[in-house]
Design a binder for this molecule. Structure first.
Ligand code: ZNH
Length: 147
């Protein structure tokens, strides 16, 4: 089981409680699709992903980014059992959606950039470390059911 310090718990709860899921979700997924165009392959039904402006303005990207953030919220609320929380979602991404698990890390990194840009000076090394640890646990849990 993953151990969390009081600081890590407080930091994750604080970051997510203040987060605008619509904005952070949309920006994180859009950045991922722009910086790593290979990830677009999973979203063939999303319409126009022709260039960065189209991706930024695409309502399907915004809606799915928000959905992913709400998915992350489940880990925030179950920090002591992220593995079990994502067991089903991991099976879905592996067996049905066939999303390469490397992509979870790419999205997590894009999200870190978005959060850091929003937080400014409040994004200290300790905060960054806590967020990175949290997202690593999420990425590992989502990749758990792949074999
Ligand atoms: Zn995912 C879906 C979450 C990442 C791709 N997702 C999904 C959902 C959720 C999620 C919740 C819904 C499900 C149902 O319906 O049941 N994701 C998530 C999370 C994450 C993710 C939390 C991280 C963090 N994904 C991801 C990535 C990708 C994806 C990275 C790629 C690249 N997903 C996806 C898809 C889908 C999903 C494709 C399906 C969509 C539709 O349906 O359309």
């Amino acid at each position: 089981m993953v151990e969390w310090t009081e600081f890590e718990r407080a930091t994750i709860q604080n970051l997510f409680s203040k987060m605008d899921y619509d904005t952070v979700g949309q920006q994180s997924l859009a950045r991922c699709l722009i910086v790593y165009p290979w990830t677009q392959r999973y979203f063939g039904n999303f319409g126009n992903l022709y260039n960065a402006a189209a991706i930024m303005g695409n309502p399907n990207v915004a809606a799915h980014g928000k959905l992913i953030l709400h998915g992350l919220d489940r880990a925030v609320k179950n920090m002591d059992d992220i593995k079990a929380t994502y067991a089903e979602l991991s099976v879905l991404h592996s067996e049905k959606l066939k999303v390469d698990p490397d992509n979870f890390r790419l999205l997590a990194d894009c999200m870190t950039v978005v959060v850091a840009a929003q937080q400014g000076a409040a994004f200290t090394p300790d905060v960054q470390a806590a967020l990175q640890k949290f997202l690593s646990v999420v990425v590992s849990a989502l990749g758990r059911q792949y074999h």
